[in-house]
Write a protein that binds this ligand. Structure first.
Ligand code: S3P
Length: 163
């Protein structure tokens, strides 16, 4: 089967749901951020600090294309949809899934996070503006799951039932 690309905002639960989805479908799970970190031997935070976001986005486009388009679950960084090229790649080669979670839920998880460079020292309003700006990009997905009131198991089931 074609690979499943999990997209969504930071804190939407892509990693947790991805791991469980991998177990449910017995498929390996890959993550674009992890691949970038292992290729560069640097953390995402260090890449942003030393080389900037533009450079990170270039690595992200490259990483996406290095991952298998068949028989895999691929979890992506929240900004993967900023590139139309990435969106086209995911939709043409696999199934692009948008894991939506309400801003309140997302903020609960992100508020104290110190590892995500894009939101460090940002207010809730600033993060909410990024969230709103990206929503139409995520909505390009072939499958949208609103995980706001779902458990991990229920979220996984929502994907498994339709792929
Ligand atoms: C980013 C999300 C992060 C990571 C980087 C940029 C974004 O991944 O790729 O910090 O632009 O939304 P997660 O969505 O896994 O936190």
């Amino acid at each position: 089967m074609k690979s499943i690309y999990l997209t969504g905002f930071m804190g939407a639960g892509k990693t947790t749901i991805g791991e469980e989805l991998g177990k449910a479908l017995q498929l390996p799970v890959y993550d674009t951020d992890q691949l970038i970190e292992s290729n560069e031997k640097m953390t995402i935070k260090e890449i942003f600090a030393q080389q900037g976001e533009e450079y990170f986005r270039k690595l992200e486009r490259k990483a996406l294309k290095e991952l298998p388009v068949q028989d895999a679950i691929i979890t992506t960084g929240g900004g993967v949809v900023l590139s139309g090229e990435n969106v086209d790649w995911m939709k043409q080669n696999g199934c692009m899934v948008f894991l939506y979670a309400e801003m309140d839920k997302v903020w609960e998880r992100l508020e104290k996070d110190q590892t995500r460079p894009l939101i460090m020292q940002k207010s809730r309003d600033e993060v909410a503006a990024i969230f709103e700006m990206r929503l139409p990009l995520y909505r390009e997905a072939q499958l949208i799951v609103d995980t706001t009131n779902l458990s991990v198991v229920e979220s996984v089931k929502s994907v498994v039932d339709v792929v």
